[in-house]
Ligand binder design. Structure first.
Ligand code: DAK
Length: 258
C-alpha cells in the first residue's frame, strides 16, 4: 500500500510503524493524513504478525495540529459533515498497544492524537500544547477531556485557556509521557520498548490494554469486575497454559496468540 502523507514500515519482530510525512507543514493533520493514518493503523491492527504499533513524526514535529489552512474557510456544516476527526474513535479502539513517539511540536490535534496513544516516548525537545484559543476555537478531538484527566483541572485550564505549553520533562512529571531521551536516540529507544511489548503474550496484552482503558469509562467496582472476568477468560487460552508451563520448566514461552 502506498500513501501520500504517511510512511509505513514493519519490523521482523512484530512492530508496525506509521510515520507522519508532511515535514514542511510540521506534519499538520489534513483530511488525507487523517484517513491514511487511520487506514494504516487499522491494517496493522488486524495483521497477526504485528504485536505493537508506533506512530511518530520527525525530529522537528510530531504534529503541529489540524491543518489550519484546510479548515480556515470551512463552515460549521462543512466541519460537521467532513468530521475527519471522528476517524480517531477507531484509533482509540485499536486492540494492539499504540505508542506515540514525539519530538518537537506536539500541538492541538497533534497533542490530542498523542493523548489517544497508550504510551508516549518523547525526545528532550518535545513541546506539548493546546493552542486552539489562539486561533478562535477550542480543542475538538478530546483535548478538554483527556488532558484534564491526565494533568488535572488547574493545569488543563492554564494550557487550554492560555496556551501554556509543557516541555518534555514537565509532561513526564505530570504523567503524560512515559520516557524521555535525547533527540539522537528517542526513536530507537521507543522501538526497543515496542519490540519488548511485542514479545509478550498477545491475548494477555490485548485484554490488559482493554482493562486499563475501562478505568477511564467505569466506576471502580465495575472496572474490577471487568478485570476479573478478563483474567478468568485467559485460562481458556493456550498461551496461559504455555506461559505457566514455561515458567515451571524454566524456559522461554512460545506464544501462539490463542
Ligand atoms: N496547519 C497548517 N500549516 C501549519 C500548521 C498547522 N497547524 N502548523 C505549521 N504549519 C505550517 C506553516 O504555515 C508553515 O508553512 P509555510 O508558511 O512555510 O508554507 C510551516 O508549517 C512551518 O511553520 P512555521 O513557519 O510557523 O514554523 P515556526 O517554527 O516559526 O513555528 C509553530 C512553529 C508550531 C509554533 C507554528 O507553526 C504554529 O503556531 N503552528 C500552528 C499551531 C496551532 O495553532 N495548532 C493548533 C491547530 S487547531 C476537529 C477536532 C480538532 C481539531 C480540528 C477539527 N473536529 C472535531 C473536526 C484540531 C484543531 C487544531 O489542531
Amino acid at each position: 500500500m502506498t500513501y501520500e502523507t504517511i510512511l509505513t514500515e514493519r519490523t521482523d519482530d512484530g512492530v508496525g510503524i506509521v510515520r507522519l510525512n508532511r515535514p514542511k507543514q510540521l506534519n499538520a493533520l489534513n483530511a488525507t493524513v487523517m484517513r491514511e493514518l487511520t487506514d494504516a493503523l487499522l491494517e496493522f491492527d488486524k495483521d497477526d504478525a504485528i504485536r505493537c504499533l508506533l506512530i511518530t513524526g520527525d525530529d522537528r514535529a510530531f504534529a503541529a495540529g489540524a491543518d489550519i489552512k484546510e479548515m480556515a474557510a470551512a463552515s460549521a456544516v462543512d466541519m460537521f459533515t467532513r468530521d475527519t476527526i471522528s476517524l480517531w474513535d477507531r484509533v482509540t479502539k485499536l486492540t494492539k498497544p499504540l505508542i506515540g513517539v514525539v519530538s518537537g511540536w506536539c500541538l492541538g490535534g497533534g497533542m490530542e492524537l498523542a493523548m489517544a496513544c497508550d504510551m508516549l516516548v518523547a525526545s528532550e525537545s518535545a513541546k506539548f500544547g493546546q493552542p486552539e484559543v489562539t486561533i478562535g476555537v477550542i480543542p475538538g478531538a478530546g483535548g478538554t477531556q483527556r488532558l484534564t484527566r491526565a494533568v488535572g483541572k488547574a493545569l488543563a485550564m492554564e494550557m487550554i485557556l492560555n496556551n501554556r505549553t509543557l516541555t518534555a520533562a514537565e509532561a513526564a512529571n505530570f504523567g503524560l509521557v512515559n520516557r524521555i531521551y535525547p533527540v539522537e536516540s528517542y526513536f530507537a529507544e521507543a522501538l526497543k520498548l515496542a519490540q519488548d511489548i511485542a514479545k509478550r503474550a498477545p491475548l494477555a496484552v490485548r485484554l490488559a490494554k482493554e482493562a486499563i482503558n475501562k478505568a477511564f469509562e467505569t466506576g471502580l467496582s465495575e472496572g474490577i469486575d471487568y478485570e476479573r472476568r478478563a483474567f478468568y477468560f485467559l485460562f481458556a487460552s493456550e498461551d496461559q497454559k504455555e506461559g505457566m508451563t514455561a515458567f515451571v520448566e524454566k524456559r522461554d514461552p512460545q506464544w501462539k496468540g490463542k
